[in-house]
Design a protein around this ligand. Structure first.
Ligand code: NAP
Ligand code: G4F
Length: 320
């Protein structure tokens, strides 16, 4: 039985990846940080089938001990301060988690078992002020937030440990991916949660920022499959994972409201306080390398994703 360790298992991607690896027959270990109240909502359904260990990416010794205890063959490093706006209000903390945390994990792997295969959660946010469209593995980075800058560090330190110590490190440069398990502060989930609450009479409006921003949105369940595929290859390489199509925030809003028979213009308020100090205006990925080498392609299209998220929020809000 293969053993995998997931950091960030309580997050959106960590929970889908745990589902995926369990279905593949893996023994799954998850790193969780101590909190005064448990935050295991997304993994409640598999709690009895996974092993949770306390450690923190900020604490080197705890990461080393975690690898010694769990003895994984594969490590998926998904833990990060992942919300872009918070990276402006907590820039050094974001750097500690999202950038230096990667080095702590790589150092632990080098020390405990250099044969471990390592996946780093890189991000399309690294392309920021895009230098070409669509973006592929060779597109230069131009991050526009402290989060994006931290992810560039994590990306290059993974490449550096691959080249310096011959570790099996891969980075998945993932474009935005969403699901009913997405955190409610991210724009897609904020919209679908708002639509559900408005439709069911529990809210009158939803306040949003820049409706013109465009993203290449896919489904998180499809994207965790790509993470696993990257670690099964003979050579460690980096891959862009994306749908190849982008849509504006406004298009997402229109579809979500239309699905419940409402006109979005009656409910959406544009709030200038939600605009960012520096915006990433337009992202669109070219995942042809992943299609060719991994045989990966997304299975859920944009419209289906919007409907899936609205329906899940309607169901949840109805029962709360
Ligand atoms: P998420 O839902 O925000 O989950 C982040 C996870 O990281 C949570 O489990 C969180 O634990 C954990 N974490 C944060 N700081 C930690 C620390 N110091 N020690 C231990 N655990 C810590 O993020 P996601 O959407 O699943 O994304 C997963 C990864 O992919 C992140 O690295 C993100 O930056 C990256 N990424 C995401 C996307 C996307 O569109 N979703 C695209 C590209 C890259 P708590 O539950 O305790 O807070
Ligand atoms: O949903 P968002 O907060 O995601 P963002 O900033 O693209 O970051 C996500 O994707 C990255 C991959 O590219 C990940 F690395 C990162 O961890 C995270 O998962 O915002 C999307 C867009 C932005 O342009 C933002 O300005 O939506 C715009 N937006 C408009 N109104 C809003 C809002 N974003 C949020 N969060 N809240 C709003 O009210």
């Amino acid at each position: 039985m293969k053993r995998a360790l997931i950091t960030g298992i309580t997050g959106q991607d960590g929970s889908y990846l745990a589902d995926f690896l369990l279905a593949k027959g893996y023994e799954v270990f998850g790193m969780v940080r101590r909190a005064s109240t448990e935050n295991f909502e997304r993994i409640e359904h598999i709690r009895s089938r996974i092993h949770l260990h306390q450690a923190d990416l900020l604490d080197q010794l705890s990461v080393i001990e975690l690898l010694k205890e769990s003895k994984p063959q594969e490590v998926y490093n998904l833990a990060a301060q992942s919300f872009v706006p918070t990276s402006w209000t907590q820039p050094t903390l974001t750097g500690e988690f999202t950038a230096l945390g990667v080095t702590k994990m790589l150092e632990a792997i080098k020390l405990v078992d250099p044969a471990i295969r390592f996946y780093q959660a890189s991000s399309s946010e690294m392309f920021g002020k895009v230098q070409e469209t669509p973006q592929n593995e060779n597109t230069p980075f131009y991050p526009r937030s402290p989060y994006g800058v931290a992810k560039v560090y994590g990306h290059f330190i993974s490449i550096n440990y691959r080249e310096s110590y011959n570790l099996f490190c891969v980075s998945g440069i993932l474009f935005n991916h969403e699901s009913p398990r997405r955190g409610k502060e991210f724009v897609t989930r904020k919209i679908t949660d708002g639509v559900a609450r408005i439709k069911l009479g529990k809210a009158n409006e939803v306040r949003l920022g820049n409706l013109d921003a465009q993203r290449d949105w896919g489904f998180a369940g499809d994207y965790v499959r790509a993470m696993w595929l990257m670690l099964q290859q003979h050579q460690p390489e980096d891959y862009v994972i994306a749908t190849g199509q982008s849509h504006s925030v406004q298009e997402f809003v229109e579809l979500a409201f239309k699905h419940v028979g409402l006109d979005w213009r009656n409910y959406v308020i544009v709030d200038p306080s939600l605009f960012r100090p520096a915006e990433v205006n337009h992202l669109r990925g070219d995942a042809s390398k992943a299609a060719q080498k991994l045989g990966w392609k997304p299975e859920i299209a944009f419209e289906e994703l919007v409907v899936k998220m609205v329906e899940a929020d309607l169901e949840r809000v109805r029962h709360t």
